[in-house]
Design a protein around this ligand. Sequence first.
Ligand SMILES: NC(=O)c1ccc[n+]([C@@H]2O[C@H](COP(=O)([O-])OP(=O)(O)OC[C@H]3O[C@@H](n4cnc5c(N)ncnc54)[C@H](O)[C@@H]3O)[C@@H](O)[C@H]2O)c1
Length: 374
Amino acid sequence: MNAPQRLTAAATATAPRRLAVVGLGVISRFYLAAIEQDPTLRLAAVCDLTEAGLAPHRAAGVPGYRDHRALLAAHRDLAGVIVTVPNDAHAPVCRDLLTAGLPVCVEKPLATDPAEARALTVLAAERGVPLFTAFHRRYNTPVLDLAAACARAGSPVERVVVRYFEMIEEHVGGDRWYLDPERCGGGCVADNGPNAFDLVRLLLGEDELAVAAVRIDRDRAGLDRQAVIELAPAANGPRPSGPRPGATSARPAAAARRARVELDWSYPGELKDVEVTLADGRVLHADMLAGSEGFKASLWHEYRGILAAFGAALDDPGAHRDGGLAALDLVAAAYRAERSPAVPRSLPRPAAIPATPLAAPAPQGTPTILTEAR
Ligand SMILES: NC(=O)c1ccc[n+]([C@@H]2O[C@H](COP(=O)([O-])OP(=O)(O)OC[C@H]3O[C@@H](n4cnc5c(N)ncnc54)[C@H](O)[C@@H]3O)[C@@H](O)[C@H]2O)c1
């Protein structure tokens, strides 16, 4: 499909953008609700391997397909396609969509192999269409408030700690592909790592990062269920591009900037938070689940944010800088570091109680400032 055939914002000032959703499992319902609630969007078609997934949509008059290539052949006028299939299916589905010239919003991780992610990134650039990796925590209200507080703080971000703790068995859909490293791309590092690494890039800056130390704990089957990954700016990494929180203040030297990502797939319950230390010693904290009561409740507003950001990428494809490849490179670097004798591994296991004592919970929308400037 060439660009004039696609519906652009300019050509369709009044007509809703027509989107298709490929993959109708756990996460699709957040996309489908966000499309339904946005009058500028319309669900044009859906795709899933199973008839059961398609049936309610067909009953509602939305065309359904068992193969994304059949959907592509029947719908030449889509503004974009949302891909929410298991991780190992991202690359082949996205490749077909991008080859057809369609903008793609794909769930994290962009692919299971950085080489595939790189090839998709090149393909999207060649076709001149957005390839948008959906990092839903970027649109989480406490995270947005934290980033805004960092930007206002007048002191740059020096250290970021992201914790992503859950019991993975509570999150798997019908076919438990998460627990198959071939289909997931690995364990907790491959699955939750990308969201956590992307938050580090959001808050610390988009310099190329390297793994400075790593600890990965595996179960008897060899699946990584816990990990602690220390990150630091890569020695010869490029300068960051574009604005970042705290960009108005002088940057700390690269040696002072650090991040730690703690992942736990065996945690009873759920804990997902971010702690930022500013160069002047203040510590800010965001609980990503605060203000969202119920299992996966924060995802409703986060996926509305994803679709708004994808819409902005459709409006101005040149302005979108996708973080999908950078996050996947860090996943691969963490697994490589686990096998490298040159990378320190004497880190403590992920801890539910952070080194800094947590203050009382902040009112919704206000990052907790834990300590004042030293
Ligand atoms: N579940 C979560 O908490 C969560 C959170 C954030 C991101 N994600 C990401 O969202 C994506 C989907 O995860 P999920 O939990 O919804 O998985 P899921 O297993 O619940 O759903 C996947 C759906 O895709 C369908 N499918 C598989 N291969 C397909 C193909 N080739 N074409 C069309 N349909 C196909 C399956 O039939 C299934 O209905 C994954 O990439 C995952 O990493 C999941």
